[in-house]
Design a protein around this ligand. Structure first.
Ligand code: C2E
Ligand code: MG
Ligand code: MG
Ligand code: MG
Length: 281
C-alpha cells in the first residue's frame, strides 16, 4: 500500500517503524534498570461483599515509580515486559511484595484479608511458576489461603492441558483462582466445569452499561446465575455508581470492586480502611 502512494510515504512508514522500534528499545532498557533499582510499587484496590459492604480482600496492582515521569500505569509497561521477557522478573517481584505485605497485615492482627495477584500469560506458562509460588509463600510466612491468583480465559485456552495441571497444583496449595475480565475472551465455557476455579470477575465493560443497558443487564444476570449453579462466586469489576451497586446486589452478585467503593490505594491507606472497619459506601 505504501508503495502505491510512492516512495516518500514508504520512507515515512519505514522511519516510523524505526522510531517505534527504537522507542521500544529505550523503554526496554529503562524497564530493565527499573527492575534493578526496584522502581515499582503495589497499590491495592479493595473488593467488598454486596451483603454488608465490608472489605473481603484487595487486588494488588503494580505501578512503575519513574524517577522523572512519576507513576506509570501497568498498561504502559506490562505488555512491553511480556514482549521483551522481563515479565518473569517483574511478576516474581509482584508475588514476593504482595506476599510480604499480606504477611505483614496478618501480623498486625487485622482480620484475614485475601490478596489477589494478576498473572500474565507468559508468566503463567513458565514451568517454574508453581515452584516459585511456593518458595515466595514460604519465605514471606503468609498464609497461602490468603492468596488469590487472577488469570484470564485466553490464558487457560492457550494450552488447556497444561493450564489444568498448573491450576490443580496451585489449588492444591490452597490458593483460590479467579477468572479476570470474564466475558471478554472468546473461549468455550467448558473449561469452567473442568478447571479448579473459585471466582468469576465480570468485566467492567458489562458493568459500565448498568443500570440502563438491558443487554448488559441480561448478560450480567446470566453470568451470576451460571456461576452460582457451578458453585463459583462472582465479583463485579468497575463499579462506579450507587445505582450499579444496588442493581448488582439485587441480582445476587456476591462482591464488587470499583472506584465507587475505593480507588487502588497505597498499603498504608489500606490499613486505615481496615482499622476503621466500617463498610464502604
Ligand atoms: P485488571 O486486573 O482487570 O484490574 C482492574 C483495572 O481497572 C485496574 O487498572 C484498576 O485500577 C481499574 N479500575 C478499578 N475500578 C475501576 C473503576 O471503577 N473504573 C475504571 N474506569 N477503572 C477501574 P490498572 O491498575 O491500571 O491495571 C490495568 C491492568 O493491568 C489490570 O487489569 C491487569 O490486567 C494489569 N495488571 C495490573 N497489575 C498487574 C501485575 O502486577 N501483574 C500483571 N501481570 N498484570 C497487572
Ligand atoms: Mg485483575
Ligand atoms: Mg479485571
Ligand atoms: Mg478488566
Amino acid at each position: 500500500r505504501a508503495k502505491e502512494k510512492g516512495r516518500n510515504s514508504y520512507q515515512f512508514f519505514a522511519a516510523d517503524m524505526n522510531a517505534r522500534a527504537y522507542e521500544e528499545l529505550l523503554m526496554s532498557k529503562a524497564l530493565r534498570d527499573a527492575l534493578n533499582e526496584r522502581q515499582f510499587v503495589l497499590h491495592y484496590q479493595p473488593s467488598v461483599s454486596l451483603q454488608d459492604y465490608r472489605i473481603t480482600g484487595v487486588e494488588a496492582l503494580v505501578r512503575w515509580v519513574h524517577p522523572e515521569q512519576g507513576l506509570i500505569p501497568p498498561s504502559a509497561f506490562v505488555p512491553l515486559a511480556e514482549r521483551n521477557g522481563l515479565i518473569g522478573e517483574l511478576g516474581q517481584w509482584v508475588f514476593s511484595e504482595a506476599c510480604r505485605q499480606a504477611a505483614e497485615w496478618r501480623s498486625m492482627g487485622l482480620p484475614p484479608l485475601r490478596v489477589a495477584v494478576n498473572v500474565s500469560a507468559r508468566q503463567f506458562n513458565r514451568r517454574r511458576l508453581v515452584a516459585e509460588l511456593s518458595e515466595v509463600i514460604a519465605k514471606s510466612g503468609m498464609v497461602a489461603a490468603d492468596l488469590h491468583l487472577e488469570i484470564t480465559e485466553s490464558m487457560m485456552m492457550e494450552n488447556p492441558k497444561r493450564a489444568l495441571t498448573t491450576l490443580r497444583e496451585v489449588a492444591e496449595m490452597g490458593i483460590d483462582i479467579a477468572v479476570d475480565d470474564f466475558g471478554t475472551g472468546h473461549s468455550s465455557l467448558s473449561y469452567l466445569k473442568d478447571f479448579p476455579i473459585h471466582f468469576l470477575k465480570i468485566d467492567r465493560s458489562f458493568v459500565m452499561g448498568l443500570p440502563e443497558d438491558e443487554d448488559a443487564l441480561a448478560i450480567v444476570r446470566a453470568i451470576v446465575a451460571m456461576a452460582h449453579n457451578l458453585n463459583l462466586k462472582v465479583i463485579a469489576e468497575g463499579v462506579e455508581t450507587a445505582a450499579q451497586r444496588d442493581l448488582l446486589a439485587a441480582i445476587g452478585c456476591d462482591e464488587a470492586q470499583g472506584y465507587f467503593f475505593s480507588r487502588p490505594r497505597r498499603a498504608d491507606d489500606v490499613i486505615k480502611l481496615l482499622r476503621n472497619g466500617k463498610p464502604l459506601p
